[in-house]
Design a protein around this ligand. Structure first.
Ligand code: ADP
Length: 260
């Protein structure tokens, strides 16, 4: 019968891969990819999804700071690491946990690929979903992610300008060429949230990313305004999605769409 077949397939997939991998990617750095990854993981966890977070950004691993686990060292057993519990109770592992804080990571392709495998093939327990914060761009880590770990889908984060400059488009086409389905596009730093009244104004206009997503035939997951509150909460190791409130809302809405 159909339900049995489905159950067998799910079991096979779980055994093969442990859990579903969602890659969070961007065309370039500084667009808020790590901020979106952290808050997406926390919001999914608060919705009851068993989620883990992998910080694969070798150029600037920022998840230990975002999830307040800086300086911690993961324990290991059978040469497999155990995740660290970060802010919001989210199990996490970061490239930043493998090196001294503040030290530059100067790994060539194969070493970076091995480090990525160590983070992904860790003791993730009963995690159903692994959110992977990818390095920006389209380099070696992206290729080994796609070829070795076969993500179930990709979320692309971009700013309105990034889209206009086609940086995001390159990241999208890398995943599409490899047959990784697009979960959708998140527009970050879209409009400015007034710190006094909370009203969002649009100095560069609005709606560009949504129509660009439509043109590219991919879902639009939502927009997050540029907000001082988001930056302060992130820097303090308490990402907005850990609490209820206006600042958490866009992330919760995006997580609900990803979950579907
Ligand atoms: P990336 O991972 O793409 O390099 P980050 O998530 O590290 O980008 O974000 C870069 C900086 O911008 C961080 O200081 C972060 O706190 C800030 N930031 C990200 N998104 C927002 C936002 N919507 N409003 C205000 N600051 C933001």
């Amino acid at each position: 019968t159909l339900p049995e077949i489905t159950a067998v397939r799910i079991a096979e997939t779980m055994e093969k891969r442990g859990c579903t991998i969602i890659a969070v990617a961007s065309g370039k750095g500084g667009v808020g990819k790590s901020t979106v990854s952290a808050n997406l993981a926390i919001a999914l966890a608060r919705m009851g999804v068993k989620v883990g977070l992998v910080d694969a950004d070798i150029y600037g691993p920022s998840q230990p700071r975002l999830l307040a686990s800086e300086g911690q060292k993961p324990l290991a057993e059978d040469s497999k690491m155990f995740p660290i519990i970060g802010a919001g109770g989210v199990p996490m592992l970061s490239m930043g946990h493998l090196v001294e804080p503040g030290k530059a990571i100067a790994w060539r392709g194969p070493m970076a690929g091995n480090a990525l495998s160590q983070l992904v093939d860790a003791h993730w327990g009963d995690a159903e979903v692994l959110i992977v914060d990818m390095p920006p761009g389209t380099g070696d880590i992206q290729l080994s992610m796609i070829q070795k770990h076969k993500p179930a889908g990709a979320v692309i984060v971009s700013t309105p300008q990034d889209l206009a400059l086609m940086d995001a488009t390159r990241a999208i086409s890398l995943f599409e060429q490899a047959g990784v389905p697009m979960i959708g596009l998140v527009e970050n730093m879209a409009g400015y949230a007034c710190p006094h009244c909370g009203e969002v104004s649009d100095p560069f206009g609005a709606g560009g990313a949504e129509s660009a997503a439509r043109t590219m035939g991919m879902p639009f997951l939502g927009r997050i305004p540029l907000s001082i509150g988001i930056r302060l909460a992130s820097d303090a190791g308490t990402p907005p999605a850990t609490a209820d409130g206006a600042e958490a809302e866009p992330f919760t809405a995006i997580a609900a769409r990803v979950k579907d």
